[in-house]
Design a protein around this ligand. Structure first.
Ligand SMILES: [Zn+2]
Length: 196
C-alpha cells in the first residue's frame, strides 16, 4: 500500500525515485508492482513525490509552486489561512493563521468563544508546512460535495498570499482525503486554548 492519493483517496500509489537509481532486485520488483516510478536524474522543487495508479494524478508537491510562470513559496508568502468546520448541531468553528505587520497570530473562534495568541514566526511556518506539505491543501479540489437530504457538516479552507494569490476549497458531507491532517492544526490549538 502506498500513501493516499490527494485527489481520489486510493492507496494504489507509487513513489517517484529521482536521481540515478541503484538497480537491484527490490527496485525491479517495486517497479514491476507499480510502487516506484523513476522520475529522472534531475530533481527540482517543483517535482511531485507520488503518482496515483488509479486516477493518474501526480501529487505531493512542495509549497514552492510555479503557476503560469509565476513562482510562489506558500510558506513564505501566505499571510492568511483559514479552516472552518460547521457541524449542524454545534455551529461553526474557525481556525486562522495570519501575518499582520510582521507579527504572527493564531485565532480560534467557536460559537461561544474567541481565542487569540501571538506566535513566533517559526511556529507559524511549521503550521503552514503541515498544511501545505503534509495535508497537501493546495492540491485539494475546489469542492467536495454530496447533496444530502438533511444538512450535514460543512467546511472550508482559504489561503491568501501577499502577492495576491489565493486558494480555496469547500465541502459538504464529504471530506478531502487529507482533511484530518489539516484539521489537526485546529484541534491542537482549540484543545490548548480550552485548557488555559
Ligand atoms: Zn488518485
Amino acid at each position: 500500500m502506498g500513501v493516499k492519493c490527494v485527489k481520489c483517496g486510493s492507496n494504489n500509489t507509487a513513489e517517484y525515485l529521482y536521481g540515478l537509481p541503484l538497480f537491484n532486485e527490490k527496485l525491479q520488483q517495486d517497479m514491476a508492482d507499480n510502487k516506484v516510478i523513476l522520475g529522472g536524474c534531475e530533481v527540482s522543487d517543483f517535482d511531485p513525490k507520488y503518482h496515483c495508479n488509479e486516477c493518474d494524478n501526480d501529487f505531493g508537491f512542495s509549497a514552492k509552486r510555479l503557476c503560469d510562470g509565476e513562482f510562489t513559496d506558500y510558506i513564505e508568502e501566505t499571510v492568511y489561512y483559514m479552516f472552518s468546520i460547521d457541524y449542524p448541531e454545534f455551529g461553526e468553528s474557525k481556525f486562522t493563521l495570519s501575518k499582520e505587520n510582521d507579527k504572527f497570530y493564531v485565532r480560534v473562534y467557536t460559537p461561544k468563544h474567541k481565542y487569540e495568541k501571538e506566535i513566533p514566526e517559526k511556529e507559524y511556518k511549521k503550521n503552514l508546512t503541515t498544511i501545505f506539505e503534509k495535508a497537501y491543501v493546495l492540491e485539494w479540489n475546489e469542492e467536495y460535495v454530496i447533496l444530502p437530504k438533511v444538512d450535514g457538516t460543512k467546511w472550508k479552507v482559504e489561503v491568501k498570499c501577499n502577492n495576491g494569490k489565493t486558494f480555496s476549497s469547500i465541502g459538504k458531507n464529504c471530506f478531502a482525503p487529507y482533511f484530518k491532517k489539516a484539521k489537526s492544526r485546529y484541534d491542537y490549538y482549540s484543545i490548548n486554548f480550552e485548557r488555559n
